[in-house]
Design a protein around this ligand. Structure first.
Ligand code: DX5
Ligand code: ZN
Length: 223
C-alpha cells in the first residue's frame, strides 16, 4: 500500500519543510493538489512552486500532480517540466480524454484519471488499457479535512474487477488511488476493497501529532 501525503493541509508558509517531513518519515510519493479556483472553489499552487519543491527535495520523491483545473489538456506539460512524475486529470474537466492521457505518457510521465464522487466508473473503464492509475475521489474535491463518502465502495470494487481482468489478459496493471477522508480507522477496509494507493492529508498533517507519529498509527492499522 502506497501512502501518498497530500500537503493541502500542511503549512503553506513552510511547504518545503512539510514535504521534507513526509519524505523523512519514509514517504516517497507526494500528492500535490493543484486547484485553479474554477474547477474547484479553492486555489493552491502551480508549476513555479512545484519546481522549487523539486529543487528543495532533490530527484528522489515521486511528485503526483492531482490537477483540479479546467485546462489540464493545455497545461499538463508545465507540470511535467516543473518536476512531476505522475499526472492525474479529472474526467469531468477534459474533453479529449484518450488523447490527453496518451500525450501525458508520451511526454514521459505516468498518467491517471480522476473521478468525482458523483461520476460513474464507465469513463475510466473506456481508457483503462492506457492508464497507470485511477484516482477515486471519496470527498468532493476542493478542501482537506472532509468526511469520507462510503458509497465509493461499489465503484472501487467494479474498478478492481476490471483491472484484474485486464491483467489476467496480459494487459497493464493499474493502481487504484483513493483521495479524501482517509485515516487510520478506515485504511484497512480500503485495502480490502482493492485500493493500492491512499492519499492522506489531514490524517498526516494535523496539530495532534507529527507526520511520523500519524504514519506509525496508519501502519499499525495496516498490520
Ligand atoms: C481534496 C484533495 C485531497 C485532500 C485530502 O480536493 O484532492 O488530496 O486534500 O485531504 P484529507 O485527507 O484531509 O481528506
Ligand atoms: Zn488530491
Amino acid at each position: 500500500m502506497i501512502i501518498a501525503p497530500s500537503v493541502l493541509t500542511a503549512d503553506f508558509a513552510d511547504l518545503g519543510r512539510a514535504c521534507g517531513e513526509a519524505v523523512d518519515a519514509g514517504l516517497n510519493w507526494l500528492h500535490l493538489d493543484i486547484m485553479d479556483g474554477n474547477f474547484v472553489p479553492n486555489l493552491t499552487f502551480g508549476p513555479p512552486v512545484i519546481s522549487n519543491l523539486r529543487k528543495a527535495l532533490g530527484d528522489g520523491p515521486i511528485f503526483d500532480a492531482h490537477l483540479m483545473i479546467t485546462n489540464a489538456e493545455e497545461t499538463f506539460q508545465q507540470y511535467i517540466d516543473a518536476g512531476c512524475n505522475h499526472i492525474s486529470v479529472h474526467v469531468e474537466a477534459v474533453t479529449h480524454l484518450h488523447r490527453c492521457i496518451t500525450a501525458i505518457r508520451e511526454a514521459g510521465a505516468t498518467a491517471g484519471v480522476t473521478l468525482n464522487p458523483g461520476t460513474p466508473i464507465e469513463t475510466a473503464l473506456e481508457v483503462l488499457p492506457e492508464l497507470d492509475l485511477v484516482l477515486i475521489m471519496s470527498v468532493n474535491p476542493g478542501f482537506g479535512g472532509q468526511s469520507f463518502i462510503p458509497t465509493v465502495e461499489s465503484k472501487i470494487r467494479r474498478l478492481k474487477e476490471a483491472i484484474d481482468a485486464q491483467v489476467a489478459a496480459g494487459g497493464r496493471p493499474v493502481q487504484i488511488q483513493i483521495d479524501g477522508g482517509v485515516k487510520a480507522h478506515n485504511i484497512a477496509m480500503l485495502r480490502e476493497w482493492g485500493v493500492s494507493n491512499c492519499v492522506v492529508g489531514s490524517g498526516l498533517f494535523n496539530d495532534r501529532a507529527s507526520v511520523a507519529q500519524n504514519l506509525a498509527e496508519i501502519h499499525r492499522a495496516l498490520e
